[in-house]
Design a protein around this ligand. Structure first.
Ligand code: SF4
Length: 420
């Protein structure tokens, strides 16, 4: 099998820990897609007869675990524990359940392993070092046939040839160094990330490869602080705000299977809610069950951001760790992100960051708080990262057009400035 020969690329995150603490949140949140192996095991375990109902649902040609009326998995017991795990053990659960919160994506260089920040243990940085999970990850890889098909390495930019490992490493190291700088405010570091993603998105990199690309990055980072100071961002325009709200909608929309709504009704509801987000007037529409609904749009913008929060240090630590982990594990581009180029994926990551800022304020406004708390940011990061690389519509051409518009007129920087 081809995947056996591919190395496992564990991200170099000595500062990130994870162990499952059995909160059961992922079992309340995710719709679990099943593979052939899972269907066979569930059938052998005899759940349909024992639970007296169908445990598998079909939707658009795929099989999923059934869910209870409250949206949680059919196997989640009242104590928040998995019935399959309790009776047959961890390795007998559907493979998607075992893999979470790891994200495994093959490309030509190897099998990349990342972490999803929806998981509370990941967010809180609780558990054991990532390297201790390598044996489990090897087992997951053997159980997932798709990983036998390595994807090509991502292009450096749209229309360019594949990024070399040294180009990606140089970019990640440079961004990591910038994001880790303790002498800079978090707002500066996020602004710098937006600035660099805009510069690289605007650049023609055809003749700026390998050592030249490395030189370009050295130059950009050497003047970055000064450039940010000389060109302070202004507030986002109405159009940029509108694009951000639409981006929030696409990052939180979660069409759940088995809701009883027909396809036409679901589509009409989606169009109506999407329009409400685009207009940004009146009350916020339903986005997903885990986010507030009916919040006055005007109050969202009025919430003070993380720098004024009593939790500002913890928020900056979490946000920075999320960005660094995403970059280091290659989750922002390539096979882990819709096959996108490195520079497009970097811009999508910045847009994700802006969406997180907006959603955190939405959470806060719904609780009538004037300043966002750490929990508001935890929920926002979880919502956005839940969909990242997973929701197919985030990889479509509309998203690229959105990024192209936002790159103009410093849209990324202005959104970060407006919602930080
Ligand atoms: S099968 Fe078990 S681990 Fe998977 S979602 Fe259901 S309760 Fe959670």
């Amino acid at each position: 099998m081809a995947n056996r020969s591919l190395p496992i690329l564990m991200p170099n995150l000595p500062w990130q820990k994870y162990s499952c603490h059995g909160c059961g949140d992922c079992c309340r949140d995710f719709t679990v897609q099943l593979r052939e192996r899972d269907l066979k095991k569930l059938s052998e375990q005899g759940w349909t007869e024992r639970l007296g109902g169908e445990v598998v649902q079909s939707f658009r040609g795929q099989s999923y675990l059934s869910r209870k009326d409250d949206g949680s998995c059919i196997f989640l017991d009242p104590h928040g524990l998995c019935k399959i795990h309790a009776e047959f053990g961890f390795s007998e659960k559907p493979i998607a359940c075992q893999v979470f919160p790891f994200n495994i994506a093959p490309d030509a260089s190897g099998i990349k392993v990342g972490l999803n920040f929806l998981c509370k243990s990941v967010q809180r940085n609780e558990g054991s070092a990532l390297g201790t999970h390598q044996k489990d990850i090897r087992r997951f890889i053997r159980a997932i046939p798709e990983l036998a098909r390595p994807a090509p390495d991502p292009p450096l930019a749209s229309g360019e040839s594949a990024a070399t490992r040294s180009e990606v490493a140089k970019l990640v190291d440079s961004l990591d160094h910038w994001l880790s700088r303790s002498d800079l405010d978090f707002s500066n570091r996020l602004d710098g990330l937006a600035f660099i993603s805009t510069c690289l998105g605007d650049a023609t990199l055809k003749n700026v490869r390998n050592e030249r690309f490395s030189d370009l990055l050295d130059t950009l980072f050497s003047v970055l602080e000064e450039e940010l100071r000389l060109q302070p961002p202004s507030a986002a325009s109405r159009r940029q705000d509108r694009l951000l709200r639409q981006a929030v909608f696409t990052r939180t929309e979660d069409p759940r299977i088995g809701t009883g709504k027909g396809r036409v009704r679901s589509t009409l509801s989606q169009l109506k809610r999407s329009r409400a987000m685009r207009l940004g007037r009146g009350k916020t529409p339903f986005l997903t069950a885990e986010l507030p609904v009916g919040v006055d749009f005007r109050t969202v913008g009025g919430v003070a951001g993380c720098e004024e929060s009593l939790d500002s240090v913890s928020i900056a630590e979490l946000f920075t760790r999320y960005l660094r982990a995403t970059l280091h594990s290659g989750r922002a581009w390539g096979s882990a992100y819709y096959g996108w180029s490195v520079t497009d994926g970097l811009q999508a990551l910045v847009l994700n960051a802006a969406c997180i800022l907006w959603i955190a304020k939405l959470n806060s406004a719904s609780a009538s708080r004037t300043v966002a708390s750490l929990e508001d940011y935890q929920r926002a990061i979880g919502r956005v990262d839940r969909q990242s690389g997973r929701a197919p519509w985030l990889g479509n051409p509309v998203e690229r057009v959105r990024l192209n518009y936002l790159r103009m007129d410093h849209g990324f920087r202005r959104l970060i400035y407006s919602y930080l």
